[in-house]
Ligand binder design. Structure first.
Ligand SMILES: C[S@@+](CC[C@H](N)C(=O)[O-])C[C@H]1O[C@@H](n2cnc3c(N)ncnc32)[C@H](O)[C@@H]1O
Length: 414
């Protein structure tokens, strides 16, 4: 196992995404928030992962999970490690996952390691810990992935402890720009976060073929996000085009359609904007076909290899309405999903794969109301993909203040 990944806010989604792209046998969950991935870091496509926040190199595994022993190990080994870094002041950061302790204890350990490194004659600064783990923003702000930065990631792994070093964190400013700077946005159709769009695509495409894994260590100028990938991805409810945008960045040819002329025009405007952001316009690197179409009836002239979409979620809700008001909302989304799955069935190759974000509604007891048609997927002609490391029922994206959540259905055509 070569790479350590720290998973995002909903770790189960990040884990399913890793399992989808790299296969269950190559993934080993560590605690609740991290995973070891048996993929060469040089071919690991971190930028396309929506559910991962840190990409780390495994340094060692300790046989103990006792914090005093861990701290002692770091005090003893850090001074020698620091000699391998370029001369000059260094910044040290500590992020701790899976341990129950106070942030100030982590801070104290950081200061003890600092003293040990300082004794070798080197200036060290410690990034302050307000929480047990530093956020991506703190890692970037403190330049901890630069040549003079060093973030140690310490993860409890049952009776053992994994020690890793952060190589890369998610590019939060790029995500914010792709989310907020797009010219055509519409709050009424919901704002799909780009990270969730990436997860949906990664769940839809399944395991990455070996010949698409580009070695960025051998070709450092190659931007791994722009490798042309085989395959065409369809988003039949494309709205303002967030899934299309993320799939084009990954290198897929795309087909987008929506029943609304206005939304198709929004996607077009947004992709034109995206294309203008890159040196080689993205529209010259991959193909895009956009059409106004009812997804429950349309025959797409070009057959897709994958379908990734966020279907109609019903109207936005502040509170869960009573059954009489909720039922028609559920029925409409349910009808659209059922009719779409029936329509697309004959247009997919056997084993063709889909990931659809569909609405579910959170009740005050924390339980979700699901679309009834999900119980009949087998009858319509689909198998639901299950994930070895987490059950499918867990694949629900939600925020605690939201009533309408998104359930991610990963399906293959029979
Ligand atoms: C939740 S939004 C998708 C938002 C999209 N992910 C984005 O990036 O903006 C659902 C979309 O489905 C479209 N829609 C509703 N019924 C449809 C149908 N029968 N066929 C195609 N599109 C439909 C709506 O116009 C809306 O744009």
């Amino acid at each position: 196992m070569k790479t350590v990944i720290i998973l995002g806010r909903q770790p189960e989604l990040g884990l399913a995404e890793l399992e989808s792209l790299y296969g269950a046998d190559n993934i080993l969950p560590i605690g609740h928030q991290a995973a070891l991935v048996d993929i060469d870091p040089c071919v690991f496509n971190f930028d396309r992962l929506g559910g991962a926040v840190k990409f780390c190199k495994l340094l060692t595994e300790l046989e103990s999970n006792n914090w005093t022993a861990i701290e002692q190990f770091l005090i003893t080994s850090a001074p020698e490690q620091s000699t391998k870094m370029p001369a000059g002041k260094m910044t040290l950061g500590l992020s701790v996952y899976g341990f129950s302790m106070q942030p100030r204890q982590v801070q104290r350990s950081g200061l003890a390691i600092k003293q040990a490194i300082k004794a070798t004659g080197r200036n060290v600064r410690v990034a302050p810990n307000n929480d047990l783990a530093l956020s991506s923003a703190q890692v970037i702000h403190n330049k901890l992935t630069s040549s003079n930065g060093w973030e140690l990631v310490i993860i409890k792994n049952g009776p053992k402890t994994i020690i890793a070093q952060t190589i890369k964190v998610q590019n939060i400013s790029a995500y914010a720009k792709r989310d907020q700077a797009r010219p055509a946005r519409d709050a009424r159709v919901g704002m799909l976060p780009p990270k969730l769009a990436q997860i949906i695509i990664n769940l839809a495409v399944g395991q990455l073929p070996n010949d698409t894994l580009v070695n960025v260590c051998e070709a450092p100028d190659q931007n791994d996000a722009h490798v042309a990938l085989k395959g065409t991805l369809l988003d039949p409810f494309c709205g303002s085009g967030v899934i299309i945008q993320e799939a084009m960045i990954m290198g897929y040819n795309c087909i987008g359609s929506d029943i609304s002329n206005r939304m198709v025009d929004y996607t077009r405007q947004n992709i034109d904007w995206l294309s203008a952001q890159t040196n080689t316009p993205i529209k010259q690197q991959v193909n895009l076909n956009l059409t106004v179409a009812d997804a429950t009836k349309f025959d797409w002239p070009q057959k897709p290899d994958y379908v990734a979409s966020e279907i109609y979620l019903g109207k936005p809700l502040q509170n869960l309405p009573n059954q009489t008001l909720l039922n028609p909302i559920i029925e409409e989304s349910n009808r659209i999903l059922g009719e779409f799955l029936t329509n697309i069935f004959r247009q997919l190759v056997p084993n063709g794969r889909l990931c659809l974000a569909v609405p579910c509604w959170r009740q005050t007891n924390g339980q979700f109301i699901h679309l009834p048609v999900i119980d009949s997927l087998g009858v319509i002609g689909y198998n639901r993909v299950s994930f070895q490391h987490y059950g499918v029922s867990d694949l629900i994206y939600y925020r605690s203040d939201q009533v309408v959540a998104r359930e991610l259905l990963v399906l293959t055509r029979k």
